[in-house]
Design a protein around this ligand. Sequence first.
Ligand SMILES: [Zn+2]
Length: 322
Amino acid sequence: MALVTSTEMFKKAYDGGYAVGAFNVNNMEIVQGITEAADELKSPVILQVSKGARAYANHTYLTKLVEAAVIEHPDIPIVLHLDHGDTFELCKDCIDGGFTSVMIDASSKSFEDNIALTKQVVDYAHDKGVVVEAELGTLAGIEDEVVVEAGKEAYTRPEEVEEFVSRTGCDSLAIAIGTSHGAYKFTAAQCTRNADGVLVPPPLRFDVLEECIKRLPGFPIVLHGSSSVPQEFVKMVNTYGGNMPDAVGIPEEQLRQAAKLAVCKINIDSDIRLAMTGNIRKYFAEHPDHFDPRQYLKPARQAVKDMVSHKIKNVLGSDGKA
Ligand SMILES: [Zn+2]
């Protein structure tokens, strides 16, 4: 099948009590690892491209890599989505350039300005059969060019969501309930420590989520910054010469719980980076004489595939839903 929008995907996910994984893609190995996992498990999947990814790999390379994945995996629905579009022009470029879904993130603007810019993108996108994700509330953390200082984040105000969705016509809404971008999602001061000395972050605000669901029945909710920063990868990075103290993410059981509710799209980026980097560091340490990129990118790609398979089965619940 050709690339699809997320409309049907989200409807089935909402009704079925699962979420679709939205994984960030930056090169061939990442695209292959994600889509091989999704195909084997017969799962729908969203491949998303950030502004930083377009700057790194360029629009044409990324869209052609995704097109290749669609040809190689014809039995699963695949969405090509722009992650964190910050201007109308960027969204327009992607809509005109083959994406089936875009995010306009005007969450740092005032409520009225957020509505105005989101509506402008929605009008253009819908005209071309493309769907739009918008955002209300601000996540902490760092994601490519999106930087929000700790303490400047703000939970979504549930009393604003109905008006925002009805005035903009957006197709899905990213909300802030305590997830955060990057591999250092929380400061030690925000957390407790478990018996192994690993930081335990504050729980997600399910009360805010429930309140949003009540006000937007049937409407797909999106969670950004939802990597779990698996400690096995952090340990691997640190064992083989890296230095990532106190890297911590969102516990998987909380994401599973959110996926059973109205959360239809869960964004995962840092876990891909960690899986690749941990395995490449390990490979270099164990094979200091190797220098063929295929030698170390092969286990890195396999690590992406294994990580994504785990997410599909144990966190998203989207296996067998293609
Ligand atoms: Zn994000």
